[in-house]
Design a protein around this ligand. Structure first.
Ligand code: IPM
Ligand code: MN
Length: 367
């Protein structure tokens, strides 16, 4: 069967399994409405995997991911206190997420900062600033820079402990993510914000040199250079100036969380991590141990990650659009969850499961 897809499902920790169980319902629904079949293979990943198997990214999970057409990953990690029970190198960030990114060289991280006009009230920004919502595509380099550079701790001649952590990029690593960003800019508004810190960092001077070279192939695209600190302010004061933004790994980690801030919650941020042969999809947020097990987390970022997978890995553009539309309709009908909203005359707070029910019912009608 040509329309058969194999998906590795990594539910993760804390709220991960709760929001994942809603997200995978999209695949079941698509199977019932379309000529697709999805084989979902669940595998342990993160802190739970460490406690069960002694590894945060067990070999058996690696094998399942290797075989899969795409990977759907829930958030991982425990509270700071609970993580102390795990050796540093097996803590889920270092032991699972970074190795997953490295294994599949998922260098292009797409983090849409998106709020439709009917969801603009979620933003903490004033209505005159947020206007008709936000629609920014933040592209973060994901497998280089400070995260993956050489790390060293030692004691110097005067007996002081010291640390060195290198920000490393090859020209090819920079070029490949810039090409992705220019392509996205071409498909959208033909404007690309290049976020850097070339007034201080040599790595940014280097990055910008490569950008100038790549830009020659994309002369139809306007490039706007912006220092990363100024970009942080601009995101709050005038987010609508941005369309596609591209930046180094660490800058992208920080600015994408700020993106979640202007939306009102990181719970509204799905993401896609794209490599040359494999992609994985995950919410941009953590596993929220403080609200785990309460059935209150909104599954938007997890279901949105499925929508991104449908579009980017399987070219199911229409189906992807309808998933977004179904979620928008549910919010528009006045439903929300306790992590995102307080109940009011206009808003009915429902559980994670119920929110999932509403999205699936809506999607079933649209499909
Ligand atoms: C993210 C997360 C990760 C990162 C952590 C969990 C390793 O914050 O995906 O943004 O820093 O990249
Ligand atoms: Mn982050």
């Amino acid at each position: 069967m040509t329309n058969a897809y194999k998906i590795a499902v990594l539910p993760g920790d804390a709220i991960g399994p709760e929001i994942m169980s809603q997200a995978v319902r999209v695949f079941k629904l698509l199977e019932s409405k379309r000529d697709f079949s999805f084989e979902l293979i669940s595998a342990p990943f993160g802190a739970q995997a460490y406690f069960e198997e002694g590894k945060a990214f067990p070999d058996s999970t690696k094998a399942i991911c290797d075989e899969a057409d795409a990977i759907l990953k829930g958030p991982v990690g425990l509270s700071h206190e609970a993580s102390q029970k795990i050796p540093v190198e097996e803590q889920p960030e270092r032991g699972a997420i970074l190795p997953l990114r490295a294994r599949y060289n998922t260098f292009a991280n797409f983090r849409p900062i998106f709020l439709s006009s009917n969801m603009a009230h979620f933003s903490p920004l004033k209505p005159e600033i947020i206007k008709e919502g936000v629609d920014i595509l933040l592209i973060r380099e994901l497998v280089g820079g400070l995260y993956f550079g050489e790390k060293h701790r030692g004691v110097n001649e005067s007996g002081q402990r010291f640390v060195k952590e290198a920000l490393e990029y090859t020209e090819e690593q920079v070029r490949q993510v810039l090409v992705v960003a220019f392509e996205q800019a071409r498909a959208r508004k033909k404007r690309l914000h290049n976020i850097h810190k070339s007034n201080v960092l040599m790595s940014s001077v280097f990055w910008n040199e490569i950008l100038t070279e790549v830009h020659r192939e994309y002369e139809d695209i306007e490039v706007v250079h912006l220092l990363v600190d100024a970009a942080a302010t601009a995101l709050c004061l005038n987010p609508s100036q941005f369309d596609v933004m591209v930046m180094e790994n660490m800058f992208g980690d920080i600015l994408s969380d700020q993106g979640g801030g202007i939306l009102g919650s990181l719970g509204l941020m799905p993401s896609a991590c794209i490599g040359p042969n494999k992609a994985y999809y995950e919410p941009s947020h953590g596993s929220a141990p403080d609200i785990a097990g309460q059935n209150v987390a909104n599954p938007y970022s997890m279901i949105g990650s499925v929508a991104m997978m449908l579009e980017m890995s399987f070219n199911m553009h229409e189906e992807s659009r309808l998933v977004w539309e179904a979620m928008k309709n549910v919010f528009e009908s006045g439903y929300s969850t306790a992590d995102l909203s307080k109940s009011s005359d206009d808003i009915t707070i429902v559980s994670t499961d119920r929110f999932g029910d509403l999205v699936m019912a809506n999607l079933a009608e649209l499909l």
